[in-house]
Design a protein around this ligand. Structure first.
Ligand code: PXG
Length: 310
């Protein structure tokens, strides 16, 4: 379908095709049923659109199985609770809905689930009292990854000029639909010719990357910001802490500042999409010798073995 646009000079022109448009044939869970993507539309009065009022999850499918399903379901329920949003289905029904959507898309191998819960349609005005019918959306699609080359050379990061949301403003532990903070930091990184941005809190403490948690290695110890700093309590972060412990690598949640990043022996980011990706440059300063470090590479290997085993 071509959409027409009216230009200022009165001419009507066809809008160019969107190269990022979803693929035809994609089936989406929309509210209570699975529909073709063209019919998976939400109202302009849904408060998710009007105010970013809602929560989401990004989940991996490995070999037809939802990875860390319980953790993701628990997190979406916790995010929802924190914004006074009641999910219109039980955790069990949500799990079945995700598997039903996978089946509708013939996903038996690897894939990605984007789970979204909107506040629902409401009157104009931010009050949640004047909204009803929160909507569950489940998109099952391919995952978009960093190119393989990035895993070999490592991410080049800037330290963003945008502070991460203060926990008392909007706690990053809530995976809310308000991601503009991260969107702006990521855009800033790209504008600076970097791959990714590291965000600090208002107090200058290291928080996280725009869609990944951060770890550094210092004197053989694995360090990562604590959840009190204002970060998402990442599922991958949890797995990596477990894997490190199994290897006998000491792990500690602690406060870190910019200086700690620059003197680190190794650094890496973790997330559902990225899994584990080395960070080899921060603010144009090489981390360690500027190559992915041995502990990072060991954990990358362990992670692949772990997710292949579940
Ligand atoms: N910090 C932030 C701000 C995130 O959004 C993580 C850390 C890592 O958490 P997990 O639980 O994934 O280990 C995230 C996760 C996407 C996308 O498509 C974003 C995330 C996960 C998957 C996909 O943008 N964010």
């Amino acid at each position: 379908m071509t959409i027409a646009t009216l230009h200022e000079n009165g001419e009507i022109a066809a809008m160019p095709e969107n190269p990022f448009a979803p693929r035809a044939g994609l089936m989406v869970w929309m509210g209570e049923e699975i529909v073709p993507v063209e019919q998976a539309t939400i109202s302009v009065f849904d408060h998710a659109l009007l105010y970013g009022d809602g929560v989401f999850e990004g989940i991996r499918i490995y070999r037809g199985k939802i990875f860390k399903e319980e953790e993701h379901i628990q997190r979406v329920f916790e995010s929802a609770r924190a914004i006074r949003l009641e999910l219109p289905m039980s955790p069990e029904r949500l799990s079945r809905a995700m598997y039903e959507t996978m089946r509708a898309n013939d996903v038996t191998g690897d894939g990605y689930i984007r789970l979204v819960v909107t506040r629902g349609v409401g009157a104009l005005g931010i009050s949640i009292r004047r909204t009803a019918n929160p909507t569950v959306i489940i998109i099952v699609d391919k995952i978009s990854l960093y190119p393989l080359e990035v895993y070999e050379r490592g991410l080049h990061c800037i330290v963003s000029s945008f502070a991460r949301n203060h926990p008392n403003a909007l706690n990053p532990r809530i995976k809310s639909l308000n991601y503009l903070n991260n969107v702006l930091a990521k855009a800033e990184a790209h504008a600076a010719g970097a791959d990714e941005a590291i965000m600090l809190g208002l107090d200058g403490h290291v928080c996280e990357c725009t869609g990944d948690n951060i770890f550094i290695v210092r004197r053989g110890e694995l360090l990562t910001p604590g959840t009190w700093e204002g970060i998402l309590e990442g599922v991958t972060r949890g797995v990596v802490m477990e894997l490190a412990a199994k290897r006998g690598i000491p792990v500690r949640e602690t406060s870190l500042v910019r200086h700690d990043l620059l003197v680190a022996e190794e650094a890496f980011a973790t997330g559902t999409a990225a899994e584990i990706v080395p960070i080899t440059e921060i603010s144009k300063i090489p981390i360690g010798d500027g190559k992915p470090g041995p502990i990072t590479r060991q954990l990358m290997e362990d992670f692949v073995a772990y997710r292949n085993a579940v």
